[in-house]
Design a binder for this molecule. Structure first.
Ligand code: ATP
Ligand code: MG
Length: 567
């Protein structure tokens, strides 16, 4: 899909933007924002919001997108997250230029706006506890009750509010509430809390404040102060929109349009920061950047490319209905991009020694291997071939079933870029395990084709034993065994669906020589195996790779079909 193609159908938000530009609604201005709360790392759901907000800015001439830290809650927020979020947005390919903002920079302005509402009799100081406020609120079927403090005079409210700010009251003893309608069918409109007392040190404002604004009060003000035109958020905030509008209307200040879209849910994973934090803190994963995490930093470490994530976000589109996207689509987008961009190399994950009996003992040949069949400009490289090789254990079967076309006793196969070989003997250890194969090669098949037109049914990857590099390779599977990890019996939580086999570490792998010194995070296709990425823990002496995603394996499919066949 080409975004520059004017015939491409726009999603409903982009259609609103296009219409607003056409009618000059915002004097031709378009300003969006991405407003993360710095209380965790970004995940693939955030990537959807980033691609949407920054995407709209990139696609429309003169349009802008701000990066704003919604740092109104001092309790869970940490400076560590701020740097990580900036890095992730940049890595995804977006740029906020000089428009990096912090909600905490607006605290004084927000306070003044609150004073304005207090003076106008539209906000009051309430002495009910949090529990009492909840009790008084009523339910969807039952109207709320007015707080006994609702009728305080503006002077008294102003005085109390000033004392709240001055730190005269303990945490939780008072709040500032909007005076709207305790009988409103929308619970959010039943005198919502604007400020709560919290004697906590904020990572940016220190101890300057002991009252902190709630999301509903703060968010519209942040948007208004930045003169955002389209305030795009997820569907849970649809019911909050009347409140968003109410505050801005009462203050009579710049009034952006809030638009809601469906958040991204992905199968076999969880997306809530609270749950992801639990996985990290309880060490179910190694950290936020564990390659099994749906975090942006986890996906980066796993080897996902920014282009593949952007392309995934384009494919899933933007709409108003909550649904769950199959993680296979994300993996498909990753394969599609890596297929075009990754250099091919040969690596053997579970080595089986092969000795070519008729190959000269000290001979080493440098054979030409194609770096990327999808990109001729990537050229070729030399791979060494010698008498002792490794192939994959899975590529040999002593008693091959039907449809297993790879190496077996007496059978001839091709070694990629090299020769045809025929298996002549099988060596086993005392437990019956195959430990070594003896083969012969046909010198006339150098490069991989037989001059007499002889055909073989399989081509195997291999490495030369003496020239290969030892490596650790980490294989990943879904983090959860269930499509919906929250689907649990009563009394259990999502963690009972963790996949115990989500990580498999292979320590005896052998890689082709050209990978010596491969830079952290560089990506390769290991021929026939999948896409792999150098882990940041990797060093010159100890290479470590992560499997990003496997290639499709028709053999696995056949096996599965056979297993599922009745009888
Ligand atoms: P969580 O519920 O996991 O804490 P959040 O929505 O509170 O997530 P924020 O840091 O407030 O996280 O999110 C920043 C922006 O990213 C918001 O505009 C939010 O709408 C958007 N966002 C968060 N999660 C998703 C998701 N799964 N899909 C799309 N957008 C998302
Ligand atoms: Mg939030």
């Amino acid at each position: 899909m080409n975004t520059n193609d004017s015939t491409t159908r726009l999603d409903f938000i982009r259609a609103i933007v296009a219409e607003d530009l056409r009618t000059n609604k915002w004097d031709g201005r378009i300003v969006t924002r991405f407003p993360p709360e710095p209380n965790g790392y970004l995940h693939i759901g955030h990537a959807k919001a980033i691609c949407l907000n920054f995407g709209i800015a990139a696609e429309n001439k003169g349009a802008l997108c701000n990066l704003r830290f919604d740092d109104t809650n001092p309790i869970k927020e940490e400076a560590e997250y701020i740097e990580a979020i900036k890095q992730d947005v940049r890595w995804l390919g977006f740029d906020w230029q000089d428009r990096l903002y912090y909600a905490s920079d607006y605290f004084e302005q927000m306070y003044e706006y609150a004073v304005q509402l207090v003076k106008a009799g539209k906000a009051y100081v309430c002495d009910l506890t949090a529990d009492e406020i909840r009790e008084y609120r009523g339910t969807l079927t039952k109207p709320g009750k007015n707080s006994p403090h609702r009728s305080r005079s503006a002077e008294e409210n102003l005085n109390l509010f000033e004392q709240m700010r001055a730190g005269k009251f303990p945490d939780g003893t008072r709040t500032l509430r909007a005076k709207i309608d305790m009988a409103s069918p929308n619970l959010n409109m039943r005198d919502p809390v604007m400020y709560r007392i919290l004697h906590a040190t904020h990572h940016r404002t220190g101890d300057n404040w002991c009252i902190y604004p709630t999301y509903d009060w703060a968010h519209g003000l942040e948007d208004s102060i930045e003169r955002i035109t389209h305030s795009i958020c997820t569907l849970e905030f649809e019911n909050h929109r009347p409140l968003y509008d109410w505050f801005l209307d009462q203050l009579d200040i710049f009034h952006p349009q809030q638009i809601e879209f469906a958040r991204l849910n992905l199968s076999y994973t969880v997306m809530s920061k609270r749950k992801l934090l639990q996985l990290v803190q309880q060490r179910h994963v190694k950290g936020w950047d564990d390659p099994r995490m749906p975090s942006i930093c986890g996906m980066r470490r796993r080897g996902y490319s920014p282009a593949s994530i952007r392309n995934f976000c384009k494919r899933i589109g933007v709409n108003k209905f909550n649904s769950t996207v199959d993680i296979a689509l994300l993996e498909h987008c990753v394969r599609e991009d890596l297929n075009k961009t990754s250099p091919r190399v040969m690596a053997v994950l579970k080595p089986l020694k092969v000795i070519i009996d008729n190959y000269p003992t000290d001979q080493v040949e440098e054979l030409d291997a194609v770096n990327n069949p999808e990109d001729p400009s990537a050229g070729t490289r030399k791979v060494p071939f010698s008498k002792v090789l490794y192939i994959e254990q899975d590529d040999f079967m002593e008693k091959p079933p039907k449809k297993f076309y790879r190496l077996a006793p007496g059978r001839e196969v091709r070694l990629r870029y090299a020769y045809f070989i025929t298996c002549t003997d099988v060596v086993k250890d005392e437990t019956g395990q195959v430990v070594e194969l003896h083969c012969t090669y046909d010198p006339a098949t150098r490069g991989g084709d037989s001059p007499d037109g002889r055909k073989v049914k399989a081509t195997l990857h291999w490495v030369s034993a003496d020239h290969s590099l030892p490596a650790e390779v980490r294989l990943y599977d879904h983090l959860f065994t269930k499509e919906n990890p929250d689907d649990v019996p009563e009394g259990q939580d999502f963690k009972s669906n963790l996949n115990p086999n989500s990580l498999e570490v292979l320590t005896d792998c052998r890689l082709e020589q050209s990978l010596a010194g491969a830079a952290p995070l560089s990506r390769y296709q290991f021929e026939r195996l999948g896409y792999f990425c150098v882990d940041p823990d990797s060093s010159y002496d100890k290479l470590i790779f992560n499997r990003t995603v496997s290639l499709r394996d028709p053999w696995a499919k056949i096996q599965k079909a056979q297993k599922n066949r009745p009888g």
